[in-house]
Design a protein around this ligand. Structure first.
Ligand SMILES: [Zn+2]
Length: 356
C-alpha cells in the first residue's frame, strides 16, 4: 500500500462492526450527560446531591413497570398502575430504598458481585444503576443473581463514592465516537509534530518528548498519522461513497457501506489533534501484530506517563465500538491516563463514571 493508504488505514478499519444497540443508547446518554451536566459535582456525597443525581438520569433501560407494581403492592396502592407514575416512584424514592426495578436487575446483587465497582462507587446506589445501564449491561455483567463465591454486601458497610470531580468539558477530555460526533467546523490549533504529521499544539511537544525518550531507551517509534482535518475526513469518506456507487450501489446504500470502513466527518477522533497512530519504526503495519513490537510494548508501559491511553483496547470492542487498535493512542492528560491505564478501563467508561 502507498503512504496515503497507510495513513488512512486506521480510519478505514476504525469501524463499528459489532456495536450493540444498547451501547449506542448508553453512550448517547453519556454524551447527553456531558453537555447537560445537571448535577453539581462539588455537592456529590450529600443526600441532596445523590437525590438530584438519581432524578437527572434515564433509568427506563432497567425499569419494568409490571414487575415493579407486582413486587411492591404498597407502591401500586399509593401511585396506581400507570407506568410513568411507577417509574417516577422508582427514581424519586424506590431506588434509594433499595427496591428492585425489574427481574433482571437488583442493585445490591450487582454491587455485591463486583468489588471493582464497590471501590469506586461506595454506597452511592444510583451510581451502580447508572454504571449497569452505561457499561455493565454491554459487558455482560451479572445483576440478577450472586456469582458463585460472592456473598451479599450491605450498602451500609461501604464508604462514600471516590469518583473524583473531573471536568469533562476540559479540552483534553473530549469524547468523540459515532454517537458523540464533533462539529465539522471544529479545528484545533495544530503544530508540526513529527514525520510531517501535525498534532494539537499543546500535545506536539509531549509527543516529541515521548519519541525522544523512547529512542534514548533503544526504541524507535514512527508517527504514522496525527491530526486529520474535517475536510480531509470528508474527502476520504466521499471517496469511499463514490467507490461503492461505482460498484452500482444507490447513494443511501453507498453511504452506509462507506461508514463501515471510513468514519464519516466529525466522527473521527483524529479531527481533535489529540490522538495518533504510532508504531514501531521497524514494523509500520497497522495490524494486530503491532502488539508484538518493542514499540508497542514500550508505549503500553509508558504512555500514561505522558498522558496517553491505548484508546481501543483488546476485548473492549463492545464498549468502544471499535476494533482492537494497538497503534491508536489518545491524549487525555496524565491524571486521567494513569487511572484509565492502571484500571484497564476505556475512555468511554471513564467518561461514564465521571458523568455520574
Ligand atoms: Zn487512529
Amino acid at each position: 500500500m502507498d503512504v496515503t493508504d497507510l495513513r488512512c488505514f486506521d480510519i478505514e478499519r476504525g469501524v463499528i462492526l459489532k456495536r450493540k444497540k444498547l451501547i449506542q443508547m448508553a453512550v448517547a446518554i453519556v454524551g447527553t450527560a456531558i453537555f447537560a451536566a445537571t448535577v453539581p459535582m462539588s455537592a456529590a456525597g450529600t443526600l441532596a446531591a445523590i437525590e438530584a443525581q438519581a432524578a437527572a438520569f434515564d433509568y427506563h433501560a432497567v425499569f419494568d413497570a409490571t414487575f415493579y407494581a407486582a413486587a411492591y403492592p404498597d407502591v401500586a396502592a399509593a401511585v396506581g398502575s400507570d407506568a410513568e407514575a411507577l417509574y417516577q416512584h422508582y427514581v424519586t424514592s424506590g431506588m434509594l430504598e433499595g427496591r428492585q426495578p425489574s427481574a433482571s436487575f437488583n442493585v445490591q446483587i450487582y454491587m455485591s458481585n463486583y468489588a471493582d465497582l464497590q471501590a469506586v462507587y461506595g454506597n452511592n446506589i444510583p451510581a451502580y444503576v447508572q454504571h449497569y445501564i452505561l457499561v455493565g449491561m454491554g459487558e455482560g455483567r451479572i445483576a440478577d443473581h450472586l456469582i458463585p463465591g460472592k456473598s451479599l454486601v450491605s450498602f451500609e458497610s461501604l464508604g462514600a463514592s471516590t469518583v473524583k470531580n473531573v471536568d469533562l468539558s476540559a479540552w483534553n477530555l473530549v469524547l468523540v465516537n459515532h454517537e458523540n460526533p464533533i462539529s465539522t467546523s471544529y479545528a484545533p490549533e495544530v503544530t508540526l509534530c513529527a514525520n510531517g504529521e501535525y498534532m494539537h499544539k499543546d500535545v506536539t511537544p509531549i509527543v516529541q518528548q515521548m519519541i525522544a525518550d523512547a529512542k534514548a531507551q533503544g526504541v524507535n517509534l514512527f508517527l504514522a498519522s496525527g491530526y486529520r482535518s474535517a475536510s480531509r475526513q470528508t474527502y476520504l469518506y466521499n471517496r469511499k461513497v463514490n467507490y461503492y456507487k461505482g460498484l452500482g450501489y444507490s447513494q443511501e446504500e453507498s453511504e452506509k457501506l462507506a461508514a463501515t470502513v471510513v468514519n464519516p466527518p466529525g466522527q473521527s477522533e483524529h479531527q481533535t489533534g489529540l490522538c495518533m497512530d504510532i508504531t514501531d519504526a521497524s514494523y509500520v503495519s497497522l495490524t494486530e501484530n503491532q502488539e508484538n513490537t518493542a514499540g508497542y510494548k514500550w508505549l503500553y508501559q509508558h504512555c500514561a506517563e505522558y498522558g496517553f491511553i491505548l484508546r481501543y483496547p483488546k476485548d473492549k470492542e463492545n464498549v468502544t465500538g471499535v476494533i482492537y487498535e494497538p497503534w491508536h493512542f489518545r491524549y487525555v492528560g496524565v491524571e486521567a491516563a494513569t487511572e484509565i491505564m492502571s484500571r484497564g478501563i476505556t475512555f468511554e467508561e471513564y467518561v461514564a463514571e465521571n458523568s455520574l
